[in-house]
Unconditional design. Structure first.
Length: 245
């Protein structure tokens, strides 16, 4: 989808939606950089290379701006300036701690990764972008739309990612950079793997299609937003939730 030869960084590439996105970009001949704290990115790098693609995995904690800056510079040295970013690294609470009992440490960890991680990644991508233009996609969530009881830090961080994306899209539009966020509905990944079947069944019933999303169904939209096929879309929050909202 007109992404071939682009240089694109995927954060959270070690699992779920990020892994599906990295593999899809690898198939489409993107020079794809995989950032994650999980060493699984090295196996994914091997998988992409053994299918003829180009990949570079770097272990990065996205909540550290120093680590993100160093890794982004390493990508530029290896592949050239950045054409795109899919900033998907994130964590969720278990949905079992109400704000009245939340500790500062737990709050700061979720916000530091989900919001700070997107800010760190996006800023580094902008500083090292291709002067011809770039496209960035950030992970918001259905939680930003409808809230998540027992998981307020998560929802708040995701709503902030939406606002951050819109603000920076307005800053960077005149410079040829598009920035969008996606708001996936519940997607069948490790993030929701520990949730009991009774709750998963409630989630399935809550949307129009009566099922959870598969990671590839989110990755396909991310690919579209990273490609030139979406050239008039910026500052958008794209719901991918089978009518849940
Ligand atoms: P996942 O748990 O399968 O993958 C998340 C990845 O982020 C993991 O590989 C993890 O190691 C990595 N990560 C966590 N903290 C990190 C850090 N500090 N630095 C670098 N990497 C880190 O989760 P999933 O479902 O693929 O989620 C991807 C994104 O989509 C997240 O931002 C999530 O909030 C969002 N999302 C997920 C939904 C779902 O139902 N699964 C729904 C809506 C949004």
């Amino acid at each position: 989808m007109s992404v071939a030869e682009k240089v694109i960084i995927v954060t959270g590439a070690g699992s779920g939606i990020g892994k599906a996105t990295a593999l899809l970009l690898g198939e489409d001949k993107v020079k794809v950089a995989l950032f994650d704290v999980n060493s699984s990115i090295f196996d994914i790098e091997t998988q992409i290379k053994s299918s003829g693609g180009t990949a570079l995995a770097i272990k990065v904690d996205v909540s550290s701006s120093a680590e993100v800056d160093a890794a982004t510079k390493a990508v530029v040295e290896a592949f050239g300036p950045i054409d795109g970013g899919a900033n998907l690294a994130g964590i969720s609470g278990l949905g079992t701690v109400n704000l009245e009992h939340e500790t500062d440490d737990a709050w700061d960890r979720v916000v530091g990764i989900n919001l700070g991680g997107v800010k760190n990644a996006m800023r580094a991508q902008l500083q090292h972008r291709n002067p011809k233009g770039a496209s960035i996609v950030n992970a918001s969530s259905i939680g930003a739309r409808i809230g998540s009881p027992g998981n307020a830090a998560y929802s708040a961080s995701k709503a902030a990612v939406s606002a951050l994306s819109k603000s920076v899209a307005r800053e960077m539009g005149p410079k040829g950079v598009r920035i969008n966020a996606i708001a996936p509905g519940i997607t069948d990944t490790a993030m929701v793997g520990a949730v009991p079947e009774s709750i998963r069944e409630e989630w399935r019933k809550a949307n129009v299609l009566g099922r959870l999303a598969q990671p590839i169904e989110i990755a396909n939209v991310i690919l579209f937003l990273l490609s030139d096929k979406s050239s008039f879309i910026t500052s958008a929050i794209i719901d991918i939730d089978a009518g849940r909202v």
